[in-house]
Design a protein around this ligand. Structure first.
Ligand code: ADP
Length: 530
């Protein structure tokens, strides 16, 4: 082959190669693309493989849990099997017992039928009894309230009785002493009468002597005249004798006057003696009276001290059991339904417990006041707070009465807020208690001449003027109304003592049938109270 042919063939082969190369390039690109896809797919698979591994770990953990749970279930199963066996045994025993019970039940059925009949009868009887019991409970409540009233009255009567007995004894003693004094006076009078008779005798003698002297004087005048007549010579002498006689007359007259004066002086002395005797007797009587009064006061003070001691001990002794009763009653009040028929009795008991508590507190306060031990906790407070607190405290317990605060005071007062509220609460409670037919109660407060003035006014039964001055005495109650309204007569006594301890004072204005105003004044510059 020549070179031309070769080169022609080479060119052709070259073209073929070029074509082949192009094909190869295309194939390479396609391979690269396929490779890239495979790589992508591989990445996905790796991710998936990782996720699968995590899922596998979780499944392993869950499998372990399940394994443990299965083991526990197997143990529980074994236990249940054991329990089932026991139950089977128990069921067999129960079957036997059941048969026995069936037999007993039949017997009981018969008995029940009999009991049913008896029960119906009993239910009927019980209903009757319950009705009777309810009636008895009401009657009992009425009786116990009447008994309480009677007991309170009896206690008051006993105290009044012992005071009267004591006064009677004193009067009897006084009468005996007066009889003795009288006898002495009669004896003294007799002595004086004797003395007067003696004086009259002495007087008569003096008059007789004077008459004798007068006779003698007359005789002397006659003798003188005779001498004058017989002895003219002795005229001068006679004249002298006449002068002497006249002088003697004059002296006699003087003596008579003197005697009369002496009689008058004697009489006066006698009268003065009588007066002195009377005065001495009066002084002795007055001295005895003073002694008796002193002894009476001493005995009274001892009796008062014993009474206070008794009240103190009794009140303290009452306190603890009363606290227990109160707790039980409160428990009952909470646990019993308000519609239950015993609920009103519980409320009633609650009311009585509160009354007893107040009475004990009053008695303790009285003994404290008498022994000077009532301590005040002095601090500054808003006086209007005390008014508002007391009113809301009392308003809570009454729906029938309306307490209106007409005026208040905007001052800071230095005193014992608790005790001042105690006074206000007592006045408000009295206003309610003694106004059964009216509903309005007014409270007014103002500052007047350096004092706080508080007035509690009601429109109730009022008080007679003769009783007003005595209201602040211990245990004093107006006798007309004492039987109608509950109370012991201590509230106003305690209130007045508290106000006195704050350097204050009380006044009362009242008209029977129209109402009362209780006022108290408290001086404002009180910071130095002890
Ligand atoms: P108590 O009210 O317990 O008897 P107090 O000492 O509070 O005792 O009152 C003494 C007496 O004063 C009462 O028994 C009553 O007769 C009379 N009294 C008190 N406040 C009033 C009032 N607002 N209206 C009429 N009488 C009253």
């Amino acid at each position: 082959m020549d070179t031309q042919d070769l080169s022609a063939q080479l060119i052709i082969a070259n073209r073929d190669l070029v074509i082949c190369n192009r094909e190869n390039d295309k194939l390479t690109i396609a391979l690269n693309d396929a490779n890239a896809e495979l790589l992508l797919q591989n990445d996905e698979k790796v991710k998936l493989a990782k996720a699968l591994t995590i899922a596998n770990i979780e499944l392993d953990a869950q499998n372990k849990e399940k394994g443990q749970r299965a083991a526990e279930l197997i143990i529980a199963n074994i236990e249940l099997d054991f329990q089932n066996e026991e139950k089977l045994k128990r069921a067999k025993e129960l079957m036997i017992a059941n048969k026995e019970l069936d037999f007993q039940n039949e017997e009981k059925g018969k008995l029940a039928a009999e009991l049913l009949v008896a029960n119906i009868e009993l239910v009927f009887q019980n209903e009757e009894k319950e009705k009777r019991a309810a009636e008895l409970v009401i009657a009992y409540a009425r009786l116990s309230s009447q008994n309480r009233e009677k007991e309170e009255r009896a206690a008051e009567l006993i105290i009044a009785n012992s005071e009267l007995a004591f006064q009677n004894q004193e009067r009897e003693k006084r009468a005996a002493e007066l009889i003795i004094a009288n006898t002495e006076l009669i004896f003294q009078n007799k002595e004086k009468e004797k003395r007067a008779a003696e004086l009259i005798v002495a007087n008569t003698e003096l008059i007789f002597q004077n008459q004798e002297k007068e006779k003698r004087a007359t005789e002397l005048i006659i003798a003188n005249k005779e001498l004058v007549f017989q002895n003219k010579e002795k005229g001068k002498r006679a004249a002298e004798l006449i002068i002497a006689n006249i002088e003697l007359d004059f002296q006699d007259e003087e003596k008579e006057k003197r005697a009369a004066e002496l009689i008058i002086t004697l009489k006066e002395l006698g009268y003065q003696d009588e007066q002195r005797g009377k005065r001495a007797a009066e002084l002795i009587i007055a001295k005895r009276e003073l002694l008796v009064q002193k002894q009476y006061k001493e005995r009274r003070a001892i009796a008062e001290a014993k009474k206070d001691e008794f009240f103190n001990v009794v009140s303290h002794e009452f306190k603890t059991p009363l606290t227990n009763i109160k707790a039980v009653n409160q428990l009952l009040e909470r646990s019993v339904n308000k519609t239950d028929k015993i609920y009103p009795f519980i409320l009633n008991a609650n009311h009585s417990i509160k009354r007893l508590e107040r009475l004990i507190a009053d008695l303790l306060d009285v003994t404290k006041i008498n022994s000077g031990q009532i301590d005040l906790n002095i601090a500054e407070f808003d006086f209007s707070d005390a008014l508002v607190n007391s009113i809301s405290n009392v308003q809570q317990i009454t729906k029938r009465h309306e307490i209106l605060l007409e005026n208040t005071v905007d001052v800071r007062y230095s005193g014992d807020q608790f005790r001042i509220e105690q006074v206000l609460i007592n006045l408000l409670n009295n206003a309610i208690k003694y106004s059964p037919d009216t509903s309005k109660i007014l409270v007014k407060a103002k500052v007047e001449a350096g004092n706080i003035l508080v007035i509690v006014q009601d429109f109730g039964i009022g008080i007679a003027s003769g009783d007003i001055d005595q209201l602040f005495q211990r245990f004093y109650r107006v006798s007309k109304t004492a039987m109608v309204y509950q109370g012991v007569g201590l509230g106003l006594y305690i209130a007045s003592e508290i106000i006195k301890r704050h350097e204050g004072r009380f006044t009362i204005e009242s008209q029977p049938g129209k109402g009362s105003s209780f006022c108290f004044y408290l001086p404002l510059n009180q910071l130095t109270l002890n």
